[in-house]
Each structure stands twice: as C-alpha cells, then as structure tokens.
Design a protein. Structure first.
Length: 72
C-alpha cells in the first residue's frame, strides 16, 4: 500500500467531527419542528452541555486577540 493514502489520527478525527456536524445541521434543518421550538431546543442543549460558556469564552478570546493585532 502507498503510505500517502494512510490517514493520520488527527485527520481521521477531524473528518469524523465534520461529518457529525454536517449530520447535526441536516437533522436540524429537516426536523418536524418550527423554528422557535428548534432554537429553544438547541439553546437548552447548549446550556446543559456548557457549550454556551465555552462559546462565550472563545468569542471573548477571539475579540481580544483581534483587538491586540489591530491596535494603533
């Protein structure tokens, strides 16, 4: 077998995560709920999982880094 065709563990994990995210998006878009119910469900899941806090911290870190690189 060619060594160029072997996938590293990192690329395999990335492919899995991208596939999972794509599946989640398709599931949300084709769900038999209206938009408000779907948004409430996703928000509740984010609160339970702590994802909202992580996203808030990531957004703050991104904003801080952007401001540091664009200071005059």
């Amino acid at each position: 077998m060619s060594e160029g065709r072997n996938a590293s563990g990192g690329s395999l994990l990335l492919a899995f995560l991208v596939g999972a995210a794509a599946g989640a998006v398709v599931a949300l878009l084709t769900a038999p709920r209206n938009g408000r119910d779907t948004r409430e469900s996703v928000a509740a899941w984010a609160r339970r999982s702590g994802l909202g806090d992580a996203m808030t911290r990531a957004a703050r870190a991104t904003r801080d880094a952007f401001e540091r690189t664009h200071e005059s």
